[in-house]
Design a protein around this ligand. Sequence first.
Ligand SMILES: [Zn+2]
Length: 655
Amino acid sequence: MRRNAPLLAIAGILVAAHCAQAAGMPTVAVVKGDLLGGAGPETAELSEERYRVVCDLLEAAGIPYRETSDTLVERWGLPDVPVAILPFNRAVSDEQLRRLRAFLDRGAALIVFYPERAELARELGGRPGSISRELYAGQYHSMHRVDRSVHGMPANLVLDARIVRELTPTADGRPVYSWRSATGSASGTDAVIVSDNGALIGVPPSEEHASRLKLLLRSLVGHFAPKMWAALAPRDPRYIGPVGHHGSLADFNAALRRASGDHLEDSRSDVRQAYELLAAIPELIADGKQDEAISASRRAEELAQRAWFRSYPSATPEIRGVWASNTVHGGWDDAVLRLAEANFNLMLPYMASGAAAYYPSSVLPSAANISGDQLAEALQAGRRHGVAVHPRILGLFTMGATSQTRERLRQEGRIARCPDGHDNRWLCPSNHQNRAQIIQTALEMVGTYGAEGVQFDYLRYAWTDRCVCGTCRTRFQNDTGITVRNWPRDVIEGPHRSRWLDWRRELLTSLLRTARQRVKEVNPDAVVSAAVFINWEGHRDSFGQDWKHWVDEGLLDFVSPMTYMADMERFQNWVRKQQGWAGDNVPVAMGLGPFADIDPKVCPQGVLDQIQASRRLGSRGFVLFNYQQGLAEDYLPVLSLGATSSPAAMPPMGG
Ligand SMILES: [Zn+2]
């Protein structure tokens, strides 16, 4: 079963796009009728109610508004908006009228429901007549359009009004709607009058007419503030977008026309559909099908975004992996299924550190707070859905170890030392028991559990000045024949520094060498890989991680440098270097960090760009850090539209 996730992801991207469009959207003012002219509390309540209805109508219409009142307008005038609406203003004062005229003089428009004051109505092209109650049921059944000059007005608006205010146009005004009875006969009374200054509406706004009045209000606001339509239902491809790296749909379309490639077919089809939808919008609006017009525009925007993601080519063979923790959001089956659906072929969950296992291990003590057999479950899910699961071992790190385990390790002299004391978080790499356990853990994963591969992570030192424990001192002196007078100063910054750096590098390399050899004895096809630091040149000294040497010696089947950064220029510079170090013999599955602890983050578009750049620069895959809800919902769906839209075989491994 395939999920609808791609559309969800695109919807998320669209939120931003629509916010941007809303920037060009005009704001209107709504004037609460709080001058009552001596009327009682019932009028106050009615006035408040109708004011609320108009606010709700605007909300539903997607038009932003500002609230004001008769009193505020009387004192300060109207704010600088193109349109103001009077929902139910029973007692417009002389001073307020002066202010409203000043507003009209600025070129703004007024929309007045159920006008009361004749001078104000005349400004808007109409004369208010008497209030007319229907003589028979259905007399004022619908507003019938009699003039098509206002964009977006539906031909008929069924209101079934009981009471209307009769309106007659003056020389400045023209009726756009007249009342029709339920049987379709003209009642002889105009329902809406429009002039250059604004509009008069012959009924008060009410909740029961909301869906029709929304259309009326939207067409009137759009008439006096035409930018509204462009913001609400953009239909010009030059204003749809941005689309990926292109400023607009029009730009993207032009780029697609210049490009070639079979993989662009889906993308082109989406763009064609988007253009067709946009082209239909003027007619929809002219027919009063406002909501349809708005939907068409949104759908075109969605198609444009999907077209962009679909324009990325899929590649094979290719390693498509994710790193994961010892548990995953949604459980192993769900997570692996989502990966399979996005055509990923590898998952790398950590299942042990050097001092604790996240599964019932016969080699390592259990990590604190674990339940069940996460390793067995992960491997089973992988087999079920055809995704390779290579458990990861956080080599010399003690993550997950209980405080009792740490204390025991310290007593046994197995914890790493820096010049000023123990570093509880790390193991001494020269200690035989530590080394044996790491190797045995890998064998347990590949042998007992039948994993198709294993990845070494944290196969490094915490920093340049360790490990300087007694065991390391003895072994360094034995291995090199050097007697160190000032330990550890002479090795860290003194005369033996160079030999020391070589020696401590080899300590890790030899651990990997033995582990690989033993793993291959158990299963010659098992894949041995490593997650490594970004800068081999410098980190081979500081962290003792000599991964170029590991590759050259054939100790790895593939390597994943953790190149976590958003900046594309820097990213590509690192990838170039790393590809140079790895050479052609071992696939590089580039480590990308959308959820790494970096600022700024790598967004889905950034991951796409980094995948493309890595492919171009010679990587044979990528591994994303790391599996979580956000990755599953925001990244995988977008990738699977194009960049991973078809399955990929694993590339030939190195080693
Ligand atoms: Zn040590």
